[in-house]
Design a protein. Structure first.
Length: 97
């Protein structure tokens, strides 16, 4: 797959009630908004993807891009449904597009 999972990132995402399969599906959507996550980038660049989960709920995923043996993979770091205030802001901004 084009994703990198281990016990650490799998556990971190599952604590927010999301499975790797749900996150992979989310990140493969065409209508995501993706931006650099400059506030949380440390040793490697991080990105923030926001959009809607299959359930229709607003969701966000923080991920990094890794290249291993000429294969590019997305490594989810964290994923969760947006908090109410974030979801409201997302709705307002996406209505403008």
């Amino acid at each position: 797959s084009g994703f990198e999972w281990d016990e650490g990132n799998r556990r971190h995402c599952q604590k927010h009630g999301l499975s790797p399969k749900q996150i992979e599906h989310f990140l493969q959507q065409e209508n995501l908004l993706v931006a650099p996550d400059v506030l949380h980038a440390q040793q490697e660049e991080r990105y923030l993807a926001i959009g809607r989960a299959q359930t229709g709920k607003p969701m966000l995923v923080v991920f990094t891009i890794r290249k291993v043996d000429d294969t590019v993979r997305l490594r989810p770091i964290s994923a969760r449904y947006m908090h109410e205030k974030e979801a409201r802001k997302y709705e307002e901004e996406s209505a403008k597009i």
